[in-house]
Ligand binder design. Structure first.
Ligand SMILES: Nc1ncnc2c1ncn2[C@@H]1O[C@H](COP(=O)(O)OP(=O)(O)OP(=O)(O)O)[C@@H](O)[C@H]1O
Ligand SMILES: [Mg+2]
Length: 247
């Protein structure tokens, strides 16, 4: 891959098997299964998607529900392997993809901060040093010893974002997570993202807030039904996306 790129995607296809039929009972499903008459439909969630994301870019991905945005982020993060095509990435990746992923919600936030740190490969000593930063950024000191299952989705997002950004990853991936934070927290996250940009982190953001994409991103891709519809300057792509169907 080219040294100036953080991510290269070539002809990415993602197929999912979806059962075509509905069954009245488990028995019927079982019978169809053993008699091999179970039909699956091949659903193409991503169809020959190719693009590059240069190092240090803040790159947005927009598209309607089900257009393949989260799927492509999972492929870039290595959580999903594409059915076809080639994905290459350069550097460490911090994926903020699903709320609560990486947390054991029965544990308290305090316990989860250490758990998450060890999953990310950080030592206890390092986490001791960063602990106050994380708590301060998330503004959840009073709730540190509450099991996270009692947190609101915004509170989970606060802790997740605070942990993912304690060190500067080479590539930060943010899927809709900012959307659940209140406006003040969104502002704080945007500031932190901006400070990372200056520190050459590549940031990839999926959001239904087009304002947010326009504010933060240099470049943007628009996915439509699993295909790359447009890519380029964030403002131009966002304008075209907003005006779809009106001309
Ligand atoms: N594990 C899976 N099994 C089957 N189908 C899936 C799976 N994951 C995603 N899909 C399908 O792939 C398509 C793209 O899903 P994806 O989650 O990437 O959309 P999205 O653009 O992130 O949508 P949203 O804006 O709602 O988050 C959808 O039709 C979805 O049903
Ligand atoms: Mg999604």
């Amino acid at each position: 891959m080219k040294s100036e790129n953080a991510v290269e995607l070539r002809d990415i296809e993602m197929h999912f098997n979806m059962s075509k039929e509905k069954f009245d009972s488990l028995k019927e499903l079982f019978l169809r299964f053993v008699t091999r008459r179970l039909m699956f439909e091949d659903f193409i969630a991503l169809n020959k998607v190719s693009f590059d994301i240069p190092k240090g870019d803040v790159f947005g991905i927009v598209g309607l529900n089900g257009s393949g945005k989260s799927t492509i982020l999972k492929i870039i993060s290595g959580i999903l392997t594409p059915t076809k095509g080639k994905v290459e990435t350069d550097g460490t990746i911090a994926p903020l993809i699903e709320l609560g992923a990486g947390f054991d919600l029965d544990l308290t936030a305090r316990e989860n901060i250490y758990l998450n740190g060890s999953v990310l490969g950080y030592s206890k000593k390092f986490m001791d040093e960063k602990f106050d930063d994380i708590v301060e950024f998330s503004e959840l000191r009073e709730f540190l010893d509450t099991p996270m299952k009692n947190y609101s989705s915004g509170m989970v997002a606060r802790i997740g974002f605070a942990i993912a950004t304690i060190t500067k990853p080479d590539i930060l991936i943010v899927d809709e997570i900012l959307a659940v934070g209140d406006f003040k927290f969104q502002e704080k996250c945007e500031q932190r993202i901006n400070s990372m940009i200056n520190g050459d982190t590549t940031v990839i953001i999926v959001s239904h807030s087009i304002d947010q994409i326009e504010r933060l991103c240099k470049h943007c891709a628009w996915l439509e039904k699993g295909k790359l519809k447009m890519i380029g300057d964030a403002k131009e792509v966002c304008n075209a996306y907003k005006n779809q169907g009106t001309n």
